[in-house]
Each structure stands twice: as C-alpha cells, then as structure tokens.
Design a protein around this ligand. Sequence first.
Ligand SMILES: [Zn+2]
Length: 253
Amino acid sequence: MVKSKDMNGKLQRIVIITMDMENDPLPETYQGLKFLPKFCEVLDKYCIRATFFVTADVTQKFPDVVKRISEKHEIGCHGFAHENLSMLPRKKQYNLIKMAVDTIEKVTGSKPLSFRAPGLKANYNILLVLRDLEFVCDSSINYFSRTDFFILWRSKVEILNGLVEVPISIPYFLLNVSPSLTKLASLVLPPPLVIYFHPWQFMKLELKNSMRARISAGTELLKKTEDYISFLEKQEFRFMTMKEFSKLYLSSI
Ligand SMILES: [Zn+2]
C-alpha cells in the first residue's frame, strides 16, 4: 500500500489522452470520424493507449469503427445521443445511460467503466446513476470552467460518490489556438493531465454560430497533436487510460 504522502509523487507526469466520439456539432453529420484512423496512427507511433468516450448513437451507426478502436484503447461512455443529461429526471438518466452501456458492451464485448457527460453537463443524480451502473470513473468536471458543472470547481482527483472523479485539465480548443500555451499549461497543472479531443476538430468547420468549434478545428490539428505528444514524451509523461489511472489512484489512497 502506497502511503498518501507518496501519492503526489506517484501520480506526477501522467497524461490521459481522451477523445469524445460524437456527431459533428452542426449540421449533425459524422464526417469527423473519417479522421480517427490518422489520429490512431499518431497514438500507435508513440505506443499510446487512450480513452475514447463514445455515444451509443455512434456505436450503433459505426460498430466496426468502435470495435476496431476497442482492440487497442479503452472505450468509455459518452451518453446515448449526446443529450444534455443534466436536464433530465434521474430515471430517464438511468435508462439512457443503461441503454448506452448495453449498446457499447454488445459491440465491444466489455462494459464501459469510465464516463464523460455529453457537453460536460453532469449533476449529482448522474453520479448516483453511474455508481448504480458500476462505473469506476467519471471525467465530466473541468478545471477551466465553473459553470459547466453544478458541483463546486475542483482542482484535483478525488473520490466523489464512490467514483474516481478525474477532471479535464485543458480546454479542447487550446491546442489548435496556442500549442505553446498548451505545453506550458501541461507542465504546471496538477496531475494527471487530461486532454480531450473530438473527431470533428480535425476537419475545417464552417460554423458561423459556434466560435469555440471554429477556433478549435482545422486539418493542421493532427500535426499539432503529434508535436504535442512528442513534447509530452520528451518531458517524460506516462500515458495511460482512464481505467488504468483510476486503478492506480485507488491503489494509492
Ligand atoms: Zn461530447
């Protein structure tokens, strides 16, 4: 058993790369998924296993894509059809997440253990539902916004309602906007470093009404991602999945 005073040292320089696999923002198409093989090639080049949070909707429409990714990476759950779960009653939340779990399990052969709420919009009831459905970890809180989550802003990993709560460290648009700021932030933020992508970020988006989507996306993002991963490797970050990290965390407390 690792003593808690050693925990910070043990958890230093860990990075979890995550991909939220969902439809494109607007119009509701799935063009972004075409870029996943290239993204996975970059991960392969550096022998990285990542966590892909998939919606049931994507899993039903593209079972072969999800199955192939599950052979190397962790598949987590990202809701049924990217609905705002925080607006729904608990029973409805349970039904949608349970259906999503069953859909993912049918395709991959494994029950997802990690969860990220669509739009990072979670609430206390969702955490209760996740515990009922035997999830191990949730990653719906982020450091950089106090408004997306009802629970007070948190800055570290903790056990929340029986789940390992692993906050996201860096806004998804930052790498495209400023690779140097992303690198700097990566060195100073508390561990583990959790970064997240969406498939549609790797294409050119023509969205007049979504500033964040527009600034976050572009075909050059793949190159920036590889450069960033190479930087993290040089800085001796250890890459792991949410599931692996949660296990390590639980063994550390
Ligand atoms: Zn999402």
